[in-house]
Design a protein around this ligand. Structure first.
Ligand SMILES: [Zn+2]
Length: 124
């Protein structure tokens, strides 16, 4: 249900913009989504569609850009490649350093940001 919470927050953020600008509809919303959130764009769109139904945001398409995370080994003091296990627990994933086996620390790749919303504003 993680995607539902994010979808609700996106709807709330864009609706305040819609109200502020007197827009009648919204066509698309650019969202940056952290890699570690572990969400598929299509799952987020489905959750958004439910939340947006009956609002001016109904029918808007989400353009999701994934913001990558960086994994750093505290022992080697270097960034390391990592693979995320596909899980639906939405906890910070565990990964180990391929060189020394220490647990990697993740930087970035969390949360989401609404970058832009394409609003339809009708001329008065
Ligand atoms: Zn290491």
């Amino acid at each position: 249900m993680h995607e539902t919470i994010i979808a609700q927050q996106i709807v709330r953020a864009v609706r305040s913009e819609v109200d502020a600008r007197g827009a009648s509809a919204c066509r698309s919303i650019d969202v940056e989504l952290g890699q570690l959130e572990g969400l598929d764009a299509k799952d987020l769109q489905a959750a958004f569609d439910l939340e947006a139904a009956g609002t001016p945001l109904d029918g808007a398409r989400l353009q999701v850009t994934t913001v990558p995370a960086t994994a750093v080994c505290p022992s080697c003091k270097a960034a390391k490649p990592f693979e995320l296990p596909h899980s639906h627990t939405h906890e910070i994933p565990r990964a180990v350093c391929p060189d020394c086996g220490a647990a990697l620390e993740f930087r970035g790749g969390r949360g989401f940001v609404v970058r832009r919303a394409a609003l339809v504003v009708e001329d008065p």
